[in-house]
Ligand binder design. Structure first.
Ligand code: BT5
Length: 326
C-alpha cells in the first residue's frame, strides 16, 4: 500500500517537475494525510531525490537520480500491458534467470525483470555480456505468443525493430541493426538481444526476451576486449540519459511492434527491419556452424533468415551465423 502511494506521489511530482504542488492537492489526489505525505517525501529524499518543501507552496521536485525502480518506470509508462508488473533487483547473476524463475511463480506476459547490475550477464551461445552497475539497461521481458515454435527467430528481429525505434525516438542517434540481434552505432555494438524460449512439441510455452543496452557507460570504462567493438549512447552523443525513460520507450515500442506482429504477421516487421539494417547490399562473410559463407546480404526471408547472394548468383537463406563485413 505504502509503495503504491509513493508511486503516485512520485508520478505527480515528476509530472510537475520544477513546479510546486501543494500539500493539499497531493493529499486530495492520493487520498492520504499530510503527515503520510511527509513520510513518503522523506523516503524519496533518502533514495536520492531532491525535493524542495516550502510553507504554503508545497513540494517541488528539483532532481531525480537515475533510478530504474518500478515507480520510476511506471510514472512514465503508457503501455497497455508491457511493464505493468516489474520485478527489480539491484544485482543479480542474470535477469534471464530472474524471468525464468518468475514464470514458475506465475508471472504473465508483459512482466519485466530488471537489475542495476548483472554479475553473469549472458549473450548467445554461452558468450558473456558485460553488465556493470547502474550504467546500462539489463532487462528481460516475458512473452507468451501463440505462434508455432519454428517462427520463434522472428521474435528477435521484431524486438530489434522495437528497440531501434525506441533509441532513435529518445536520442536521435543513428542506430542500425546487424543481423540478427546487434544494434550498432557507427559500427560499434550498443545493444544486444537474447531470446530464450521454452516450448514443447510445436507450441511455444513462453519466451524471455533479454535486452542489454550500454546507456551511460563512459567509453574508457569498457574492458580491453570490448573497447574497439562496443559503445554506449552517452559515448556517442556526449550526454547522459535517464534509463527509466528509455525503458518506458522500449516497452512502448515493443508492445506496439509485438501487437502488429500478432495481428498482421511478420511482413510489416520485415520491411521495418530492412529499413534499419546496416549491411544490405554489402559483401559479408556469414560464419555459420557449417563454416564460413561469403556473399552479398540481400534482405530478410519471410522466415527471418538472412538472404545471402553467393558469388554464383544464387540467393540462399542463412539461419544461424555471425555476420562480418568483408
Ligand atoms: C548478445 O549476445 O548480444 C545478447 C546480449 C543480451 C544481454 C541481455 S542483458 C539482459 C539479459 N540478461 C542476460 O543475461 N542477457 C540478456 P551475442 O550476440 O552473443 O554477443 C555477445 C558478444 O558481445 C560478446 O562475446 C562480446 O564480444 C560482446 N559484448 C559483451 N558485452 C557487451 C556490451 N556490454 N556491449 C557491447 N558488446 C558486448
Amino acid at each position: 500500500m505504502g509503495s503504491e502511494i509513493r508511486e503516485h506521489l512520485l508520478a505527480l511530482l515528476i509530472e510537475h517537475a520544477d513546479q510546486f504542488v501543494s500539500g493539499e492537492e497531493i493529499s486530495r489526489q492520493l487520498g492520504c494525510t499530510r503527515t503520510a505525505i511527509w513520510k513518503h517525501i522523506d523516503e524519496l529524499r533518502k533514495a536520492g531525490y531532491e525535493i524542495e518543501a516550502r510553507p504554503k507552496a508545497g513540494y517541488c521536485l528539483r532532481y531525480q537520480p537515475d533510478r530504474i525502480a518500478p515507480e520510476e518506470i511506471k510514472a512514465l509508462l503508457s503501455t497497455r500491458r508491457f511493464g505493468h508488473a516489474i520485478h527489480y533487483v539491484e544485482s543479480v547473476d542474470s535477469t534471464q534467470w530472474l524471468a525464468h524463475q518468475g514464470v514458475r511463480s506465475g508471472a504473465k506476459e508483459g512482466a519485466l525483470f530488471l537489475a542495476d547490475e548483472q554479475t553473469q550477464g549472458r549473450g548467445r551461445m554461452g558468450r558473456k555480456w558485460h553488465s556493470p552497475p547502474r550504467s546500462g539497461i539489463w532487462m528481460s521481458l516475458l512473452l507468451q505468443p501463440q505462434i508455432p515454435l519454428n517462427l520463434a527467430p522472428q521474435l528477435t528481429l521484431m524486438a530489434s525493430v522495437g528497440v531501434t525505434r525506441a533509441i532513435r525516438r529518445e536520442t536521435g542517434l543513428p542506430v542500425t541493426i546487424k543481423w540478427p540481434n546487434d544494434l550498432l552505432i557507427d559500427g560499434k555494438k550498443v545493444c544486444g538481444i537474447l531470446t530464450e524460449l521454452r516450448g514443447e512439441q510445436d507450441q511455444i510455452h513462453y519466451v524471455v526476451l533479454g535486452i542489454g543496452m550500454n546507456v551511460n557507460t563512459p567509453a574508457a570504462s569498457f574492458p580491453e576486449d570490448l573497447k574497439t567493438i562496443a559503445t554506449s549512447l552517452a559515448a556517442e552523443s556526449g550526454r547522459t540519459y535517464r534509463r527509466a525513460k528509455l525503458i518506458a520507450a522500449i516497452l512502448e515500442e515493443l508492445e506496439h511492434v509485438y501487437d502488429l506482429y500478432l495481428t498482421e504477421g511478420f511482413e510489416p516487421i520485415r520491411h521495418s527491419w530492412e529499413s534499419f539494417a546496416c549491411m544490405l547490399g554489402q559483401s559479408v562473410t556469414a560464419h555459420t556452424p557449417q563454416g564460413p559463407r561469403q556473399g552479398i546480404a540481400r534482405g530478410l526471408h519471410a522466415s527471418g533468415a538472412l538472404l545471402l547472394e553467393t558469388d554464383e548468383g544464387v540467393v540462399v537463406p542463412v539461419y544461424s551465423a555471425d555476420i562480418r563485413q568483408v
